[in-house]
Design a protein around this ligand. Structure first.
Ligand code: ADP
Length: 254
């Protein structure tokens, strides 16, 4: 689009209008570019499992009835890739909504209990040592417990994926807000990547993350949910030392 250039002699009013117009067009263009990038990244991400499914289906067509070992391998691969595609599309649907459109089912929930449950489940599933510490026995917060649980799982899941030692979870209530932080002692994130990890589909290491199964959407979803609760999500990290991700939400929604 063409920006409006302002003639110095124009009136203040006209100058103001032109600036507003240019600003609006910049915002629109920016939004459009973001959408375009999202669609292109999403298609790229969905193509990988689809290609695997397609090639196994081809194998099944040719040899499925005569070679049982191929049948088993193909069905297994098609099944797991379909699950991956389903998860991906679910994540994309969440992100297709603006944070202001996130529908929150608010209820009083005890964050300490939620954190302990999430840690227990993850400990069991991944055989890892996740410790939960809190300065209070209970911390009640008005929140959408399912969505906050999803955030806790995203943060714990990342700590598990990118570290191998114990993981510490700390909960503190200070004034009108509650802080929940997950600390791992793993690979960490460089300074230059620290701001990018919230970007949709961003992965520090494309190849490695593909093995661990992440599409780079976890932290974008976490940030969206936390913002919908009028909270904040921030990361501190040192390469080779580890990472602390903290979520802070107000005790009462306004
Ligand atoms: P993914 O599903 O790939 O983990 P996320 O949005 O949750 O997607 O994270 C984006 C990227 O940020 C990851 O691919 C990883 O490179 C980096 N990252 C996130 N959490 C951590 C962590 N605790 N330690 C090191 N790197 C991390």
């Amino acid at each position: 689009y063409k920006r409006i250039t302002i003639n110095k002699k124009s009136s203040d009013e006209l100058n103001k209008m032109a600036r507003t117009f240019n600003h609006m067009m910049d915002l629109l263009e920016n939004n459009y570019k973001k959408q375009e990038q999202f669609v292109s990244d999403a298609s790229h991400e969905l193509r990988t499992p689809l290609t695997v499914i397609e090639s196994y289906a081809k194998m099944l067509k040719r040899w499925g009835s005569s070679r049982p070992e191929i049948l088993e391998e193909a069905v297994e691969a098609i099944h797991s890739e379909s699950i991956r595609m389903k998860e991906l599309t679910q994540q994309m649907l969440i992100l297709a909504r603006d944070e202001s459109q996130v529908d929150l089912q608010l209820e009083q929930s005890d964050l300490v209990e939620m954190a302990k449950n999430a840690a227990k489940n993850m400990n069991k599933a991944y055989d890892r040592d996740i410790q939960v510490h809190s300065n209070l026995v209970e911390i009640h917060v008005e929140c959408d417990s399912l969505k906050i649980k999803q955030v806790l799982i995203i943060l714990l899941d990342n700590a598990i994926k990118y570290s191998s030692a114990a993981i510490n979870v700390e909960l503190t209530k200070q004034g009108n807000s509650v802080r929940f932080s997950v600390t791992d002692y793993g690979i960490g994130i460089t300074k230059e990547n620290l701001d990018k990890v919230y970007d949709r589909f961003f992965r520090v290491d494309q190849a490695r993350s593909r093995d661990t199964g992440g599409a780079g959407l976890g932290l974008s979803i976490a940030k969206q949910i936390v913002s919908a609760h009028q909270g904040k999500l921030y990361l501190e990290s040192e390469e080779g030392k580890g990472t602390t991700v903290t979520l802070e939400i107000p005790v009462k929604q306004s």
